[in-house]
Design a binder for this molecule. Structure first.
Ligand code: DAH
Length: 345
């Protein structure tokens, strides 16, 4: 018996030695077959158990079993260590260079319409104009009738309108209906507001026209508001927006909701009034429409025209962005091509 136990102990020791020398999963598998497998050395040794006297067998068997359990535990431990090792070797073999600089995420920025709108709003804010929000979906009444465009008035032709399936509900064609809303909210208080926002017209889309575009409307109403106030406010706006020393020019015009009505030009900032494609070789850029609020419109807004007067103006925001940011086609604005958005300041 002592002989078999000694051999078992010997086997235990040499198995542990051999296991310590295994450095790959393959080698641990071979080791398992060699020592613990069905035809392995332990099985082999236990073949001699039958020769032992009966009473010794359980003791030797127990000892053999303990060795088997211990060797299996040792194997598992070794295999885990090897797996860890193989994993870290595989990772470094793939050559991940942790010192490479990361990829910069793309940082978004404001759309040129938003930037331009904010510039315009900031300038008027400093002159005491507050932003007044008005809806894009309007009634025919606010968009036209109360602004002194009766049904079938030829001035409606200039603003080819999108109608909705609800009678008399339309997409506003300009920001001017906001004038009616502001007046009706504030009358008889004085008003100084600007109204930025989207407008819609059924235009043929070209380099200069879009179906959807932005305008900023301005409105000032009070007891002594004069045409010279309009001039001063606009001159200040142009100097802030396009640089000091601007010259402006008023041309007579017609809008049903102002009387008198004007169109206002600024000396061409692109060519220094020398004449270029942008100013059509005139030295002047057309910027906005303006005028003194028509007495009928004042009345519709709730103000007595004998006591109150006011001025109004309206301009396209994309037009200002085009001039200031050197854009040559309005269609770029809402195409959602990031190359345009990245290129334009
Ligand atoms: N609403 C006009 C348009 O879209 C622009 C305009 C002209 C607005 C004169 C005004 C104004 O407030 O006084 O063509």
């Amino acid at each position: 018996m002592s002989d078999l136990v000694a051999q078992l102990n010997e086997l235990h020791k040499s198995a542990l030695d051999a296991l310590a020398r295994a450095t790959t999963t393959e080698e641990t598998k071979a080791w398992h077959a060699d020592f613990l497998g069905r035809k392995g050395r332990l099985t082999d040794l236990l073949g001699g158990l039958g020769q032992l006297p009966k009473e010794q067998r359980p003791l030797v068997g127990k000892s053999a079993n303990e060795i088997k359990v211990a060797l299996e535990a040792a194997l598992q431990e070794r295999q885990e260590a090897i797996a860890q090792d193989e994993m870290s070797r595989a990772l470094s073999a793939e050559g991940v260079d942790v010192t490479l600089p990361g990829r910069r995420p793309i940082v978004g920025k404001y759309h040129p319409t938003t930037t331009t709108m904010r510039e315009i709003v900031d300038i008027f804010n400093l002159m005491g104009f507050q932003v007044y929000d008005a809806p894009e979906v309007e009634t025919d009444e606010n968009n036209f009738e109360l602004l002194n465009f009766p049904p079938d008035h030829p001035a409606r032709e200039m603003q080819d309108t999108f109608f909705t399936t609800s009678p008399d509900v339309i997409l506003r064609t300009h920001t001017s209906p906001g004038q009616i809303r502001a007046m009706r909210e504030f009358a008889p208080q004085p008003i100084r507001v600007i109204l930025p926002g989207k407008c819609y017209r059924n235009e043929d889309v070209t380099a200069r026209h879009e179906m959807m575009f932005y305008q900023v409307e301005g409105l000032a109403i009070g007891r002594n508001v004069a045409f010279s106030d309009l001039k001063g406010v606009l001159l200040n706006f142009f100097n802030q927006m396009y640089g000091e020393g601007r010259k402006i020019r008023f041309r007579k015009s017609y809008f049903p909701f102002t009387e008198p009505s004007v169109e206002v030009d600024v000396d061409c900032i692109l060519c220094g009034a020398q004449g270029c494609r942008m100013c059509k070789y005139s030295g002047w850029l057309e910027i906005l429409g303006a005028g003194m609020v028509h007495p009928v419109v004042l009345k519709n807004g709730g103000y007595d025209p004998a006591e109150f007067s006011g001025f109004a103006f309206g301009m396209g925001i994309e037009r200002q962005a085009i001039l200031k940011r050197g854009i040559d086609d309005i269609r770029y604005f809402y195409d959602n091509d990031v190359r345009f958005l990245e290129r334009v300041a």
